[in-house]
Design a protein around this ligand. Structure first.
Ligand code: UT7
Length: 331
């Protein structure tokens, strides 16, 4: 009896986009009571990018998507599904994915957003993979895109120094050579939602003069609590994804973690037993770009030649919800 060949979904193209304007730690010293030294030593962030006022999430998403399609050699009309992971959609509805469809001319795609905060990109990859393996979708565009500057409280030094704007994208198709997504693990814990959220503008606190006054339309985070859970959950997810395909840390060439804090990444490196040299880190230049952080870092590493075809790459994420996940990909 012949073994059925395992069907896999592969990344066939990557792309990203960063807005031009740079906001340095020195710039932030003029806005809130902070120092370059504090930001650098507590987070590893040196600068982040800020979108123009008239530049919205779908503009950045469309730019990243076009670059990913170009690198895959695939036309927009060949795309069957667009998923956008974002916590800063252009509007509460329609989905940002629908705006992206229109901007890139992907007229044959069906489109929706994925809400899983900083884990959104991995969740969206997992969803796109399932659609492809189920047979209804041949080509999927998975995008992480954020304009976090639009939900910053520029008077809260504990959050406004952390985040940035940008977008990253991948094109997924069924693998023809066995490479692709080898395994994954996803988790959520809604009981800890109070530690990281954006309370205003939904059905709980609809926009009002009071919600504006209470600054409820901005990100709220209990940073040091989130920190501990982030390390624990990303390590656990990484190990479980590896277990699921019978591989170990030593089989992994690169780890692309969510870029929230260099100290979190260092803690994961020491717990997973890997060297920090194997981690792709770009938060020094872009800060925390939530759902866009992993595809931005991945695209940078593909384009500068660090990540090569055949490399096994472990993606790990953690975010509000809480949500977390890991995905092992053979590029
Ligand atoms: O992306 C989704 C997941 N997010 C994360 O994973 C973020 C996880 N959390 C973190 O990265 C860190 O907790 C932060 C970078 C947010 C904060 O670092 P921390 O070492 O946990 O600091 P802390 O919140 O415990 O605050 C320590 C001190 C406080 O002062 P006191 O109370 O000790 O006097 C803060 O008021 O640092 C103060 N502080 C600042 N000082 C200068 C907080 N923000 C700043 C600031 N500049 N920007």
């Amino acid at each position: 009896m012949s073994m059925a060949k395992q069907r896999r979904v592969a990344i066939v193209g990557t792309g990203s986009y960063l807005p031009e304007r740079v906001l340095t730690n020195a710039d932030l010293e003029k806005i809130v009571d902070t120092t370059d030294e504090w930001i650098r030593t507590r987070t590893g962030i040196l600068e982040r990018r800020l979108a123009r006022g008239d530049e919205v999430t779908s503009d950045m998403a469309a730019a990243a998507a076009s670059r990913a399609l170009e690198s895959a050699g695939i036309a927009p009309t060949e795309v069957d599904l667009i998923l956008v992971a974002t916590i800063t959609p252009d509007m509460p509805f329609p989905s940002t994915a629908c705006y992206v469809q229109d901007k890139i001319g992907a007229t044959n795609a069906f489109c929706m957003d994925v809400s899983a905060a900083c884990s959104g990109f991995i969740y969206a990859m997992e969803s796109a993979r399932a659609h492809i393996l189920a047979g209804g979708v041949k080509t999927a565009l998975v995008i992480g895109a954020e304009k976090l500057s639009s939900v910053m409280d520029w008077e809260d030094r504990a959050t406004c120094v952390l985040f940035g704007d940008g977008a990253g994208a991948v094109v997924l198709r069924e693998s023809t050579d066995g490479r692709g997504i080898l395994s994954s693990f996803m988790g959520s814990d809604g009981s800890l939602s109070h530690l990281l959220n954006l309370p205003g503008g939904g059905s709980r606190y609809p926009a009002s003069e009071q919600t504006l006054k209470d600054r409820l339309h901005c990100i709220k985070m209990t940073g040091n609590e989130v920190f501990k859970h982030a390390v624990r959950c990303m390590c656990d997810a990484g190990n479980r994804a590896l277990d699921r395909c019978g591989l170990t840390e030593d089989d992994v060439r690169w780890i692309v973690p969510h870029q929230a804090n260099l100290r979190i990444i260092q803690a994961i490196a020491s717990r997973l037993g890997g060297s920090i040299e194997r981690f792709i880190v770009n938060l020094d230049k872009v800060g925390n770009v939530s759902g866009a952080s992993i595809p931005l870092a991945l695209d940078e590493a593909v384009r500068d030649g660090r990540v090569k075809p055949g490399d096994k790459v472990l993606l790990v994420a953690f975010g509000g919800g809480f949500t977390w996940g890991a995905m092992l990909v053979e590029m």
